[in-house]
Design a protein around this ligand. Structure first.
Ligand code: GLA
Length: 712
C-alpha cells in the first residue's frame, strides 16, 4: 500500500510561493512510525515544521516547542545540537525544513517503510527522513536522504542518520575499549544536561576506543527482564558520532557519520544517503531487546544468518609467521582427527621481493611466497580438501607496507598528508580507496585470491586506522570527503566480493574487533571480536557483544591466551562460533581429547547456539560466575553454559525461555575429566521446574565450566 498524507507532492518545479499559501488544514496532524511495542509520534506544527514526541513522554505531558523538532537544522532558530548543518550554494548557512508529505509502503507483512518528505521553502533543497519498521522485531532502521537542485554544490557539514528524542530520564550504556580490550567494560551513566558524545575519528574502521553500539534505558535503569530499553547501532565502518544532547526537557540521540573534518560537497541532482541507524526497542528489558536484535540480524544484518557454521582451525596463534607448506599441511590430519571442518591459513603466505615473514614487509604483494609455497596456494588448499577440510585464507587488501613492490611502484597510492613524515601503524599504510586504480587493484587482489580452487573461506583484516587523512588523489578542496568516499568504496568492494563469491564465507576482522558493525557485517558471515582470546575475558566480551550480535556472528577460538584449562577454554568457545587456534601437533593427548569432545558436543548443539534464542542468566562482570542459555526455536532443546570465573558456591543456574509444560532430560556435554557427574544427569524435569529450581552445574572452582543440554 502506498498512500500520501497530503494530496500534493513537493517538487522542485512547484512554485514555492504557491506551496507556502496552502492552508494549514491540509497538513496531516500526526503521523506515526510504529512497531508492535514502539510508536514514534510525529506532528506537523503550525509553522509546518515536523516535531517528534519524545519517547517515554506521555502524550498529555507533551507541549511541542522548537526543541522537539524531529530533524533540527542549524541557523534558523534551533540552538541545540542540530541534525543537519548545510551551507547552501549561495553561502547561506541556515536551513529551514517544512513538512511536505509522508509516504508509506508495506514491503512485507512485517515491514513497513515510511518516508517523511521535507523541503526548504527558500531553496530547491529537500530532505527525506526514512524509517523501515519491522513490526514483530520492534526494529526501526532509520536513515536520511538529502538532495537539491541549487545553482552549485551544497556543503553538508553535518547530516545525522537519526535524531530521535527521548524523555530526559535516560541511562546510557556504552562500551569503551582498546585493542584486546574490546567490549569488556560497559559504562552506564545517566544523561544529564549538556551533550555526551561518543565518537571515533579513525576513518577506515568504526572502533578502536568507542563503539558504535549502545543502549538507552528509558525512565530508569533496565535489567535483563525489566525496563524499557532502546538499543542503537550505527551501520557505518568509519568515523561516527553518537551525541546525547540533554536540554533539560528531553534527550536527543544524534547518530551518524562524524561531522569532524567531514564536510561533503553535494552536487545538484545527486542524493546523499546517510548510513542506517538501527534501533531496537523492548518494553521488557535487555534480554528481549537482544533476542529481537538477533532475529533481525539473522534476517537482514549478516550473510547466511540461518545456517550453522563450520568448526574452524586457524594457524595464527600456533605458527605466527613461521610456516611453510609442510608445516601447515601437517596440521590438516590432526585437525580432521579431532573433528575440524575448516582450516584457515592466516597472515604470512605472500610476498617475494619483500617476504611476509614478519609484519614489517610484504603487504600489497599478494603473490604466494615461492620459498614457503613453491606451487602457490592451490596445492595447499587441495591437500586440506583431500583430508576432508575446507580451506580458508587471510587477506588484508586495503593495506601496504613501505617494504613492498607495490609501495615502490605506487608511493602516491597511500593515504598520507603532504609534507609530513609517513606515520606507520604496525609498519603499514592504508591504500587510498578513493582512487579508481586502487579500487581496481584491490578488487583484482581479492578476485585472484578467492578464485584459487578450493578456497571457500576468507578472513578480511584491517590492521590500522587513519591518522593522516590526506588523499593524494582527491582535489585540495575535497580532502574532507576522503572519510566518506573511503567507506563507500570499501562497501562497493565488499558487496562485489560477496556477490562474486556467494559460496565463500567471510570473516570480518580489524586488528581484533575494530569492524564489529552492521555496515560491514551485511557482507560477512561473522566477525572477529578481539585478538584477546583469554576465555576469562571472552566470557565478558561475548556477554557484551551479545546485546547487539547473535552469537553465531562471534568467532570464538580456543587458544593458549591466559593459559587457562583447556576444558574451560573449549566451553567458552562453544557458546559462540567455535574454532581453535592451537598447534595440534604439540598438544597433550589429554587436551586433544578435551578438544575432540568439545567439537563433538558443539556439533550436537550448534543449531541451538546459532539459530536459537539467547537468555543471559548471570552477568559475569564483577561476579564469580557467568551463565547463559540458548533455546531452540521450537523450545524442544536448550543448552545452558556456566562459567566459573572465581571460586564460589556450587549454586543452581536457572535457565529461561523453556516451555513450562515440556519435559526436558538433562545431560552434561563433554564433562571435565575427573569431575563428578552432575546430580541431575539423565533425569527429566518440567520446563517450569527447571526455570524455577534450576540445575546444579558441575563447576564451583575458578576456571571450571559446565555445558548442559536439555532435550525434550
Ligand atoms: C590481526 C588479527 C589477527 C591475525 C593478525 C595477522 O591482528 O586480528 O587475528 O590475523 O592480524 O597479522
Amino acid at each position: 500500500m502506498n498512500f500520501r498524507l497530503m494530496n500534493h507532492r513537493f517538487s522542485f518545479g512547484l512554485a514555492l510561493a504557491g506551496l507556502l499559501c496552502l492552508p494549514f488544514s491540509t497538513f496531516a496532524e500526526s503521523i506515526n512510525v510504529a512497531t508492535k511495542q514502539l510508536t514514534l509520534n510525529f506532528k506537523v506544527g503550525e509553522d509546518h515544521r515536523l516535531y517528534q514526541q519524545p519517547i517515554g513522554l506521555e502524550q498529555s505531558n507533551w507541549k511541542p516547542g522548537r526543541d522537539d523538532e524531529s530533524y533540527p537544522q542549524s541557523g534558523d532558530g534551533y540552538v541545540w545540537e542540530p541534525a543537519l548543518q548545510v551551507v547552501h550554494a549561495d553561502g547561506n548557512t541556515s536551513t529551514a525544513l517544512v513538512f511536505d508529505a509522508a509516504t508509506r509502503s508495506n514491503k512485507t507483512a512485517d515491514i513497513e517503510e515510511i518516508r517523511f518528505h521535507l523541503h526548504d521553502a527558500a531553496y530547491p533543497f529537500e530532505v527525506t527522513l526514512c524509517f523501515r519498521a519491522h513490526q514483530n522485531e520492534d526494529v526501526i532502521e532509520e536513515w536520511t536522504e538529502i538532495a537539491h537542485r541549487e545553482s552549485g554544490p551544497v556543503t553538508l557539514a553535518r547530516m545525522a542518520s537519526s535524531s530521535l528524542l527521548l524523555e530526559n530520564n535516560v541511562y546510557l550504556t556504552h562500551f569503551f575499549g582498546d585493542w584486546a580490550k574490546e567490549m569488556l567494560a560497559p559504562i552506564t551513566e545517566q544523561i544529564t544536561p549538556g551533550a555526551k558524545t561518543l565518537d571515533s575519528k579513525i576513518g577506515v574502521r568504526a572502533s578502536q576506543f568507542q563503539n558504535p553500539s549502545f543502549f538507552l534505558s528509558v525512565g530508569g535503569k533496565a535489567s535483563e527482564n525489566e525496563g524499557r530499553v532502546l538499543a542503537g547501532s550505527l551501520a557505518w565502518s568509519g568515523s561516527f558520532q553518537l551525541a546525547f544532547d540533554d536540554n533539560g526537557k528531553s534527550v536527543r540521540a544524534l547518530c551518524g557519520i562524524n561531522p569532524f573534518e567531514s564536510s561533503y560537497r553535494l552536487a545538484p541532482g545527486k542524493t546523499f544517503t546517510t548510513p542506517i541507524m538501527i534501533w531496537v526497542w523492548s518494553s521488557h528489558g535487555l534480554g528481549e531487546m537482544s533476542r529481537k536484535f538477533h532475529h533481525w540480524a539473522r534476517d537482514f544484518g549478516m550473510r547466511d544468518g540461518h545456517k550453522t557454521r563450520s568448526v574452524l582451525l586457524n594457524n595464527w596463534e600456533a605458527t605466527g609467521f613461521d610456516f611453510d607448506f609442510n608445516r601447515i599441511a601437517a596440521l590438516f590430519g590432526p585437525a580432521k582427527e579431532i573433528g575440524s571442518e575448516l582450516f584457515l591459513l592466516d597472515d604470512g603466505w605472500f610476498g617475494n621481493a619483500y617476504p611476509r615473514t614478519n609484519d614489517a614487509a610484504g603487504l600489497g604483494d599478494w603473490q604466494p611466497n615461492r620459498q614457503r609455497l613453491p606451487q602457490g596456494l592451490a596445492p595447499l588448499a587441495a591437500a586440506a580438501v583431500q583430508q576432508g577440510l575446507r580451506f580458508g585464507i587471510w587477506m588484508e587488501p586495503e593495506m601496504v607496507n613501505p617494504n613492498s613492490d607495490l609501495f615502490h611502484q605506487h608511493p602516491d597510492w597511500v593515504i598520507r598528508q603532504p609534507k609530513r613524515p609517513l606515520e606507520l601503524q604496525r609498519n603499514q599504510l592504508v591504500l587510498d580507496l578513493t582512487r579508481p586504480a586502487v579500487q581496481e587493484f584491490e578488487w583484482k587482489t581479492i578476485q585472484n585470491i578467492l578464485s584459487v580452487p578450493d578456497i571457500t573461506y576468507a578472513k578480511w583484516d584491517c590492521n590500522r586506522y587513519l591518522t593522516q587523512p590526506g588523499s593524494p588523489y582527491l582535489a585540495a578542496d575535497r580532502q574532507s570527503e576522503l572519510w566518506i568516499d573511503y567507506v563507500q568504496a570499501l562497501y562497493a568492494l565488499m558487496d562485489k566480493t560477496a556477490k562474486t563469491f556467494p559460496d565463500t564465507e567471510l570473516m570480518l576482522c580489524s586488528g581484533g574487533g575494530g569492524r564489529a558493525d552492521y555496515g560491514a557485517l551485511k557482507y560477512f558471515q561473522e566477525f572477529w571480536p578481539s585478538d584477546n582470546t583469554d576465555p576469562t575475558m571472552r566470557v565478558l566480551m561475548q556477554w557484551d557483544y551479545s546485546y547487539f550480535f547473535p552469537s553465531m556472528a562471534l568467532a570464538s577460538h580456543v587458544t593458549h591466551w591466559g593459559n587457562r584449562p583447556m576444558h574451560f577454554a573449549c566451553s567458552v568457545a562453544m557458546s559462540a562460533r567455535f574454532g581453535m587456534d592451537l598447534d595440534l601437533t604439540k598438544m597433550s593427548a589429554e587436551d586433544k581429547a578435551i578438544c575432540a569432545g568439545a567439537i563433538g558436543a558443539y556439533k550436537k548443539i550448534r543449531d541451538i547456539t546459532c539459530l536459537g534464542d539467547l537468555y543471559r542468566l548471570e552477568d559475569p562482570h564483577g561476579n564469580d560466575r557467568g551463565a547463559i542459555n540458548f533455546v531452540s526455536p521450537d523450545q524442544a532443546r536448550a543448552v545452558v553454559f556456566a562459567f566459573q570465573l572465581r571460586d564460589g558456591p556450587n549454586a543452581y543456574v536457572r535457565p529461561q525461555g523453556l516451555a513450562p509444560s515440556k519435559r526436558y532430560t538433562i545431560h552434561e556435554l563433554n564433562p571435565a575429566p575427573g569431575r563428578p557427574q552432575i546430580a541431575q544427569e539423565g533425569k527429566t524435569f518440567a520446563g517450569e521446574e527447571l526455570m524455577r529450581d534450576g540445575i546444579l552445574p558441575s563447576c564451583s572452582k575458578a576456571l571450571e565450566a559446565s555445558v548442559i543440554e536439555l532435550s525434550e
